[in-house]
Design a protein. Structure first.
Length: 264
């Protein structure tokens, strides 16, 4: 896992969403031109610069010539706001390893233990972070607050003002398959754990992270994969007593291209 760092900035979800939608609509390649043509609703020049820095880090991809890539995330954007937020959530996770660790080692285990839903407060997150971050108490407390707010921002949790209320989540099918391709396909520079083109159901249940990151009930994993097969996103090959799901595309980019072409 990448080096753990504090999180003291907002998700900038709404601002990032606006930027990605403009890239989707107008296919910007020049970052400076993009910044000049998208208004960011912040109170000061400093806040605007910070917002752009975080959007650039978390939600944008660039080629070797520093041009904006028309990324799989942007390609998969459609009129479904839930799908857009889920895709941005995954990219946030890919670039914020501390938040990913909180999900994998604190929140998802609590969900499993409670077998349906759970609640967590900022103090619990702070205690967890104290074991993993070498920062001041104030920074760790801010990281706990930012992490709790991120769950709410992206729609995976609710808050009653004191606790964060979390249920097993049912993401969009495209989000699940996009995450699977990101984790298993060889040609992925952002988040690749395995080079397995035909992962079995058992391997995905036991070793994959994407199902945990998306807070999926373990009992529903096979249903998502079966739906992916029926939709043509995966192949299904039961062999040697294993239920294997074969990646039909080389990587997440080719999967996104397939979706775009199918829906054109």
């Amino acid at each position: 896992m990448a080096e753990l760092k504090s999180i003291t900035k907002s998700t900038y979800l709404n601002e990032g969403l606006r930027v990605l939608e403009r890239i989707k609509d107008e296919k910007y390649e020049d970052y400076k031109k993009l910044k000049n043509n998208v208004d960011i609703d912040q109170n000061s020049k400093s806040s605007i610069n910070t917002c752009w820095q975080e959007i650039k880090k978390r939600y944008l991809d660039f080629d070797n010539n520093k041009k904006i890539l028309y990324s799989p995330t942007i390609k998969l954007f459609d009129n479904n706001i839930i799908l857009k937020k889920e895709l941005m959530y995954l990219n946030y996770l890919y670039t914020e390893p501390t938040f990913r660790k909180i999900i994998l080692e604190l929140i998802y285990p609590k969900l499993l233990q409670n077998n349906e839903n759970t609640s967590i407060n900022k103090k619990e997150i702070t205690i967890f972070l104290n074991k993993h971050l070498d920062n001041s108490p104030a920074t760790i407390k801010k990281t706990a607050s930012s992490s709790a707010k991120a769950l709410v921002d992206f729609g995976l949790a609710e808050t009653d003002g004191k606790d964060i209320l979390i249920n097993f989540y049912q993401p969009e099918l495209k989000t699940v398959i996009y995450a699977l391709y990101n984790e298993y396909s060889r040609n992925n520079s952002k988040y690749n754990n395995f080079n397995i083109l035909n992962p079995s159901l058992d391997h995905i249940k036991e070793k994959a992270e994407f199902t945990k990151l998306l807070l999926i009930n373990p009992n529903f994993i096979d249903s998502f994969l079966q739906s992916g097969w029926k939709a043509g996103y995966l192949s299904y090959e039961p062999r040697g007593g294993l239920n294997q799901y074969v990646l039909k595309h080389k990587d997440a980019a080719q999967f996104a291209d397939y979706i775009v072409n199918e829906e054109a």
